[in-house]
Design a protein around this ligand. Structure first.
Ligand code: GLY
Length: 399
């Protein structure tokens, strides 16, 4: 560690202890210190997990909650371990990530959910990207095939959930599962996977957004006519409300679809979503959204750090695709979010928070589940945002 870095790290930790804003620390040092913290915190998490079955998801009643492979969040913890391997280069993280990833192998044949993208691309996808292990590639390709079986050409979408109450529900979150398909199209030279993702995106563009560019959570289709018959919520506070995490899934998903297609309509939609969020009168000054932009008890409503982490990561990417003044605006908000998330207001103290990195997320408010709690996907997108910020700084010559 050189002398300057040492001084900055001391300043960073002093800022944390004194309650001063982490904003005083140069961004490159904030990123380094946050990655150092994350590695130390997750080392403690790994120790806690010894001998335990399942994947850590959150905390309830003072205990870590563990989920089986078929839970939609199962890929995030292995994904975070891969990000720590990427950040540190240490074999310890590669080995832990590989072990956690291997437990999800059977998902490659699972056809019961649209969430395969989250489950497999965060785990096996990062594993393949970082190691080039052909066995990971095989699982991803089989998983993409399983996911593609949920596509209905009449509707023009991948079905999200198999539930009796709705014929053909599609949630905005489903945009996140398209990355697996787009990757598989390139990796296997089978354009049909990408074609499905494009049709799904076009259908979502037509039916999921309101005139103000906020999105519905769930659109229910008639699977025989393909018509959108219901616009409702599942995790938001009302059918017409803007559930915070849903807005961020849309932002991230359209940004990714622009990355792979360069279709200007997708870029335009990502920017419209960004405009809705960034200009929203109820986006707090620290840029960590309330769990729903229309929650009735704002400013007393719980925040959702997971929504902020997803948005932060997406904005770093989106800032690369737009003209420079807009890009600077997006990057500035992403930076502000990173500073908020890395501050003592949201980031846990070492050894606390049951080993998770971030505090104050909201999983499912209407179900009274995971409110003001740590969440494995908040940690995953926080790590991703840190790595994207680091790459941005390196590109700009700032380290
Ligand atoms: N995909 C479910 C959620 O965001 O909570």
């Amino acid at each position: 560690m050189n002398f300057c870095r040492f001084i900055y790290l001391v300043a960073f930790f002093l800022a944390g202890f004194s309650g001063a804003r982490a904003a005083e620390v140069p961004l490159s040092e904030l990123v380094r210190a946050s990655l150092d913290f994350s590695a130390a915190q997750y080392s403690g998490m790994l120790t806690q997990l010894e001998g335990r079955e399942g994947y850590p998801r959150s905390v309830a009643h003072g205990e870590i909650t563990f989920v089986p492979p078929k839970d939609w969040t199962s890929g995030f913890f292995p994904g975070s371990l891969w990000y720590l391997f990427e950040a540190t280069g240490e074999a310890k993280w590669r080995d832990a990530a590989a072990k956690a990833t291997s437990g999800l192998k059977s998902l490659q044949d699972y056809r019961g959910t649209h969430d395969l993208g989250f489950m497999l691309f965060c785990s096996y996808g990062n594993g393949y990207r970082l190691t080039g292990d052909a066995a990971y590639r095989d699982v991803l390709l089989a998983g993409a095939e399983s996911l593609s079986t949920r596509f209905n050409p009449t509707v023009g979408c991948i079905k999200s959930w198999d539930r009796k109450e709705w014929a053909f529900p599609v949630i905005i979150d489903n945009m996140m599962n398209l990355e697996l398909l787009c990757w598989a199209a390139r990796a296997s030279d089978q354009p049909r996977y990408r074609d499905l993702a494009v049709v799904h995106t076009d259908t979502t563009l037509r039916n999921h957004f309101r005139p103000d560019n906020s999105s519905y959570h769930v659109v229910v289709y008639d699977s025989t006519t393909g018509k959108a018959v219901q616009h409702i919520t599942h995790q938001g506070c009302a059918d017409e409300s803007a559930w915070a995490r849903g807005q961020m899934w849309g932002l991230y998903g359209f940004t990714h679809m622009y990355r792979v297609t360069r279709d200007p309509r997708y870029l335009a939609q990502a920017q419209k979503i960004a405009t809705f969020i960034l200009n929203h009168p109820r986006l707090p000054a620290d840029k960590i959204p309330y769990w729903d932009f229309d929650a009735p008890d704002i400013p007393g409503a719980p925040r959702d750090a997971s929504a902020a982490a997803i948005m932060c990561s997406a904005l770093f990417e989106l800032s690369d695709y737009v003209e420079s003044s807009t890009g600077r605006e997006y990057a500035a908000v992403a930076e502000q979010q990173l500073r908020s998330l890395a501050s003592p207001a949201y980031r846990a103290k070492l050894g606390e928070n049951h080993g998770f990195l971030l505090m104050h997320s909201t999983g499912d408010f209407p179900k009274h589940d995971e409110i003001d709690a740590p969440l494995n996907y908040a940690d995953y997108y926080f790590l991703e945002a840190l790595l994207r910020c680091k790459a941005h700084l390196a590109k700009a010559g700032g380290n």
